[in-house]
Design a protein around this ligand. Structure first.
Ligand code: PAF
Length: 281
């Protein structure tokens, strides 16, 4: 497995791969890899002959410096995990490699509308940071496919939209959310939970399942309130609990094929998100 930290070096490597008619899949990550990432990497291996994993903790997508600073940095463990997965290469750029003019003066990519609600409302600028860094990675690696997890459902839709609207010739593939045995979606943030918080955290997924099981399109507002109230009862501080059209994150209409229920809630100082997609009954 090759490890690159310079854009120029990975570009050279990719162009050699392409000359040898290899196809390239990119799995962008911020490190602190868990089984959720492993499943994305395994999926990528079925989509292309060469898999590149990027590890870069992107400062422009954190709207609080403290959150950026406390993001777990586990590069050595990550490299060890990836080594076992038999992929082609890792790209771990330094900050000035991706932001040569610094982060304040970099051009930003913004996807209107889709990025404004839900996460966009509670984490202003977050998706501009995500789109900017993903766009950079797409320009450097020029992959044939890129794999993103369904846990960050809004991010997935936004990246699909950006890819289409900025004319990238890249297939965006979605990897299913991986869950612990008790239903909690795998996330790097789970390591911040105390013992008690960890035992409450699976209630997030229970609330989504309850909403799916009780779904009726006449009663959306009540179901949203009920889901949020259940979580508040367990001590979560809910930011949103919303049932929307899974294709565009707009309100459900008669034409909606699939619904998605999305939640963001704090347990102490840890912010968790999750979602569940289901066909309209
Ligand atoms: O989902 C993530 O881990 C990040 O938002 C991503 C896509 C790697 C961009 O930094």
């Amino acid at each position: 497995m090759k490890i690159f930290s310079a854009c120029e070096a990975i570009r050279d490597h990719i162009s050699q791969c392409k000359s040898a008619h290899e196809s390239v899949a990119l799995v962008p990550t911020m490190g602190n890899l868990h089984d959720g990432h492993t499943s994305l990497i395994e999926l990528a291996k079925t989509k292309a002959t060469k898999v590149i994993v990027s590890i870069f903790i992107n400062p422009t997508q954190f709207n609080q410096t403290s959150d950026y600073e406390r993001y777990p940095r586990t590069l050595n463990d990550d490299l060890e995990k990836i080594r076992q997965l038999n992929i082609d290469a890792i790209f771990t750029p330094e900050l000035d490699e991706l932001y040569p003019q610094g982060t304040t003066h970099t051009p930003r990519i913004s996807v209107p509308q889709l990025a404004e609600s839900l996460e966009g409302q509670f984490r202003p600028g977050h998706f501009d940071g995500v789109c900017t860094v993903v766009c950079k990675l797409f320009n450097i690696i020029v992959p044939d496919v890129a794999v993103f997890g369904a846990k960050d459902y809004q991010q997935l839709l936004i990246i699909k939209r950006m890819t289409q609207d900025l004319n990238f010739n890249i297939d965006i593939i979605c990897g299913a959310t991986q869950r612990e045995a008790d239903g909690l979606a795998m996330s790097s943030r789970n390591t911040h939970l105390s013992h008690t918080q960890r035992s409450l955290a699976p209630k997030l997924f229970s609330a989504l399942q309850q909403t799916k099981d009780q779904f009726s399109s006449n009663d959306i507002k009540t179901l949203e309130e009920k889901g949020a109230a259940m979580l508040e009862k367990y001590g979560f501080r809910v930011e949103y609990f919303s049932i929307l059209d899974a294709e565009n994150l707009q309100p459900i209409t008669q034409g909606t094929d699939n619904a998605v229920v999305l939640v963001a809630a704090w347990l102490g100082s840890t912010r968790l998100i999750d979602n569940l997609l289901f066909p309209m009954p």
